[in-house]
Ligand binder design. Structure first.
Ligand code: SF4
Length: 476
């Protein structure tokens, strides 16, 4: 795709490929995008509110005749895994065009107090902490199974988005930029997208003297997620709303290599919190959250501890009197968590996160040494190469819910094992390729790069062990 944005004075006509034109279409049709957002808000509100006040599905309920099961399938079986996939394929189009929380927080911000963003909110650790806490809490209340838990977790997040929007910023998405529990994950995955809104710096400078669109005065753009437009380099923070397309004749939707952002920008862009989110979040806590329901170790350990407690005549941890908003409590479904269950689930997830995260961190640190010297910046850069496999893991874990819902409807899912293997093979190769390219940023010696890559492949094997355990090891 070619695009001559910024080639000399702004009077020159723009030559644009279809991708840049798609960006321009989005810029011109903001009203259509907002209408779509409100339709999504309505569907989302319906799906989280109505099932929460309906009786839980009985034994004869099916996906096609029970709203609760249908909503469960839509949210966890389709919406969530495919939103993650869309980040890699399209960047954060979901955020800018479809996300109901984004639309609501921006709307609330339009009519709110417009206060400045407080210092505490700018803390870089929120994406990791919010993701970790939401993931663990979701497991405590069985968010994948019960509509009241969905209302609490998703509805609570939406309410938070609206309150933050009402208080801070003017027509901005302060919530999305700083506090959204999945902002960090989306930001990581969007770095792999094959296109982004690219800034032509020459054209930008040219607009200082020549204006835009043939000498007209430059019209300011409201970038709701507060991306500093002039210095925008990648797709991580951009919500792909299209509003800035053509701004100063300098911004256009542009193809790029899916490796570009990780390899070329990773050294400056990657932070310690990104590394924490990849290693301890996506490859740690998230794996623990998927593992505990399948893990034989979890069952064995729980039985041993329960036996020991009974021997000691300590019975209160085995009681099931926690309220549903703290621990799963649905006696009519024979699904209640004791205090021991709750503690074990949280402990299992946290320990899994610590073990996987720390082992991976140690391997990556060692691999970094092979390309010269140890430097934190290099370690963070190297960790970015794990994004494809980390994203695939969350997709696979969530799609396990999709498959179990389909199996409950007696649908054939024999193909799933082959698809899983294919996804793992492709994303392992993709991560290894990124790691190889990253090593090239720090060394030209093949033997050094090969040693570092060998270390990185050991990290890939550690991650793969988690999926082997879940889908094959514990399943037989
Ligand atoms: S940089 Fe901001 S205005 Fe431009 S497309 Fe991204 S989110 Fe929209």
């Amino acid at each position: 795709m070619s695009c001559s944005l910024g080639q000399g004075p702004a009077q020159q006509p723009l030559r644009q490929g279809w991708l840049a034109q798609a960006g321009q279409w989005m810029q011109r049709h903001g009203a259509v995008i907002r209408a779509v957002q409100w339709v999504v808000v309505a569907v989302y509100a319906f799906l989280i509110l109505v099932p929460a006040v309906m009786p839980l599905p009985g034994d004869t309920a099916h996906l096609w005749n029970n709203l609760t099961l249908a909503a469960q399938f839509v949210f966890w079986g389709i919406w969530w895994p495919f939103v993650l996939l869309s980040m890699v394929l399209l960047g954060r189009v979901w955020c800018g065009v479809l996300c109901p929380e984004g639309a609501l927080t921006e709307f609330a911000s339009k009519f709110g107090r417009g206060k400045s963003i407080p210092h505490w909110m700018r803390w870089g650790g929120w994406p990791f902490v919010a993701f970790g806490l939401t993931t663990i809490y979701g497991q405590m209340v069985s968010v994948y199974q019960y509509p009241k838990a969905v209302l609490l977790v998703l509805g609570g997040s939406t309410l938070g988005a609206m309150v933050i929007g009402f208080l801070y910023g003017r027509e901005k998405r302060v919530w999305c930029k700083y506090l959204c529990p999945v902002n960090g994950v989306f930001s990581l995955l969007a770095r792999l997208a094959p296109f982004h809104f690219k800034v032509n710096e020459d054209a930008w400078r040219n607009s200082y003297t020549h204006g835009e669109h043939g000498g007209k005065r430059v019209i300011p753009v409201n970038c709701a997620p507060l991306v500093p437009l002039r210095n925008m380099k990648g797709a991580a923070a951009c919500h792909m709303c299209g509003r800035c397309s053509g701004h100063r004749d300098a911004i256009a939707l542009t193809w790029r290599s899916p490796s570009e952002e990780v390899v070329a920008l990773g050294d400056k862009q990657a932070s310690g919190w990104d590394t924490a989110l990849i290693l301890y979040g996506l490859l740690g806590i998230a794996i623990g959250a998927f593992h505990w329901t399948a893990s034989r170790w979890f069952v064995d350990l729980k039985q041993s501890i329960a036996g020991w407690l009974i021997d000691q005549n300590i019975t209160w941890p085995l009681e099931t009197n926690a309220p549903w908003f703290l621990l799963t409590h649905y006696p009519e479904q024979n699904d209640v968590f004791s205090w021991l269950d709750g503690t074990m689930i949280v402990g299992y997830i946290v320990v899994t996160g610590l073990v996987y995260g720390t082992v991976l961190l140690a391997i990556l640190a060692l691999s970094t040494v092979f390309v010269g010297r140890f430097e934190l910046r290099r370690l963070h850069h190297f960790a970015q190469a794990l994004i494809p496999l980390a994203g695939a893991g969350v997709f696979l874990g969530l799609s396990a819910t999709t498959l179990s819902l389909l199996r409950a409807e007696h649908m054939q899912t024999d193909w799933a094992a082959s698809v899983r293997i294919a996804i793992l093979v492709i994303t392992n190769a993709w991560s290894a390729w990124l790691a190889w390219r990253v090593t090239g940023r720090y060394s030209t010696r093949l033997w050094q790069r090969a040693l570092a890559l060998a270390g990185f492949c050991a990290a890939l094997a550690v991650v793969d062990s988690a999926w082997w355990l879940m889908f094959w090891g514990w399943a037989h």
